[in-house]
Design a binder for this molecule. Structure first.
Ligand code: PLP
Length: 424
């Protein structure tokens, strides 16, 4: 189906046929959901052995009684796990509670209220702002929006954020104090940053506001679907450029073990960690070390973690294949949309023809298929082109996903044809 070259008669015939199909689907009263990137029950089950793994032995290898208060930085063995995931030295890692998003919120608050490493608190600047590669992760944007921190869109490319745009923005505005990054299997585009991008990111601190920090949210560090994709080390790049203070790295086991009951990690230079710990010690006497010990026993060796992730991949692969093959069959030689083919992570990012995403999401919702709201992948929920839709294949069973994708494709076709017909 090629819309641009279709005659009006052809478009009208398609509209009639697609509308009839759509009406038939609406009668099925579907109730399907491909919105959030949550692990499926089958994936969660892979980690059920966490329950009971301590078997009454609460002592960590270093003698810590994990049932008691204390240990702001987290258990040594948990920090080692975080260091393996982020490929950084253990001394630079804090193991915390169940959510890396909480750690990011905390880190933004630290920068905003107190400043990192002796720098001016962001709230003292005239108009503090973050650069936001788009499309991106809605919950990052929600943190900025809630705190009244401005957001500036920069486009994502297939090797990471558009670095010319990033550098230009930073050169012309010293109130830019942050940059959100999901460097591996980016949410939602699936892109992994290449070496040039990582090197250029590591050089930003040479001309940015001294309080500028890159939020390196490596949520999908070990979530490869096939062979391992290599993300160049931001730590190594910052050490080469003498900019180690400019990066805060995050990860968690949320999509590794139990999503609501994992362990989150932050890694940073000693100056940044000192700033964070100063605030943390007023907030908590220490993290849940019992859960940290469970995770350390469950993944006694890093190879066990890798093997575990392969089991996740076995479950996820058919779901990604389902989405990608349906898109390919429907739109492979059409002009109705473009999409990425991710090698890991949790999402497939689809771009409709400009101006169609809202209509597609509405049509799908009315037919009983819930999609992520159009615009959700942009700051303030505003996609200037109204084209990006994030598809999350992980949670529904395969048959449901298959049906949801068929409805999605029909809605893309119908919305596109109707839009073209409406043009003068
Ligand atoms: C990019 C990204 N960062 C962070 C999170 C949330 O991580 P956590 O569960 O550790 O808070 C998600 C979850 O969807 C995510 O996609």
């Amino acid at each position: 189906m090629r819309i641009d070259s279709a005659t009006r008669d052809q478009l009208q015939a398609w509209e009639k046929e697609l509308s009839a199909q759509y009406q038939r689907i609406c009668q099925h009263e579907l109730s399907l959901d491909i919105t959030r990137g949550k692990p499926s029950a089958e994936q969660l089950q892979l980690s059920d052995r966490l329950d009971g793994i301590l078997n009454g032995d609460y002592r960590a290898a270093d003698g810590t009684d994990t049932r008691n208060y204390g240990g702001l930085e987290g258990l040594l063995c948990a920090r080692e796990l975080g260091a393996d995931i982020l490929q950084v030295p253990t001394a630079e890692v804090v193991a915390a509670g169940n959510s890396s998003l909480t750690l990011m919120y905390h880190a933004v608050l630290t920068g905003y209220l107190f400043g990192f490493a002796g720098n001016v608190p962001w709230r003292d600047l005239q108009a503090p702002k973050f650069l936001c590669p788009v499309p991106g992760y809605d919950r990052h944007f929600a943190i900025c929006e809630q705190l009244g921190i401005g957001m500036v869109n920069v486009p994502m490319t297939d090797s990471g954020p558009d670095m010319d745009a990033v550098e230009e923005q930073i050169r012309q505005d010293q109130d830019i104090i942050g940059l959100w990054c999901v460097p591996k299997f980016s949410n939602p585009t699936g892109v992994t940053y290449n070496k040039e991008t990582v090197d250029r990111l590591a050089q930003l601190a040479q001309f940015a506001n001294p309080g500028f920090r890159i939020f390196w949210d490596n949520a999908y560090a070990i979530h490869d679907l096939e062979q391992q994709v290599n993300l160049p080390s931001i730590r190594a790049a910052t050490l080469e450029n003498d900019t180690a203070d400019s990066v805060l790295q995050f990860a968690s086991t949320s999509k590794v073990t139990h999503a609501g009951a994992g362990v989150a990690f932050i890694s940073a230079s000693s100056a940044n960690l000192a700033s964070l710990k100063k605030q943390m010690q007023a907030m908590t006497i220490g993290p849940d070390k019992v859960n940290q010990l469970r995770h350390s026993r469950f993944f006694a060796e890093f190879t066990m973690l890798r093997e575990h992730m392969q089991k996740h991949a076995q479950i996820l692969k058919p779901k990604f294949e389902c989405v990608l093959s349906q898109l390919h069959n429907a739109f492979g030689d059409a002009d109705l949309g473009t999409w990425e083919t991710p090698k890991g992570g949790y999402f497939v990012s689809f771009n409709t023809r400009p101006g169609c995403a809202t209509a597609v999401v509405k049509l799908a919702a009315d037919a009983g298929v819930k999609l992520t709201p159009a615009g959700a992948t942009f700051p303030y929920g505003k996609d200037p082109e109204d084209c990006n839709i994030r598809i999350a294949p992980s949670f529904p069973p395969l048959e449901e996903l298959d049906t949801a994708m068929a409805v999605f494709i029909l809605c893309v076709k119908l919305a596109s044809v109707r839009q073209q017909l409406a043009l003068p």
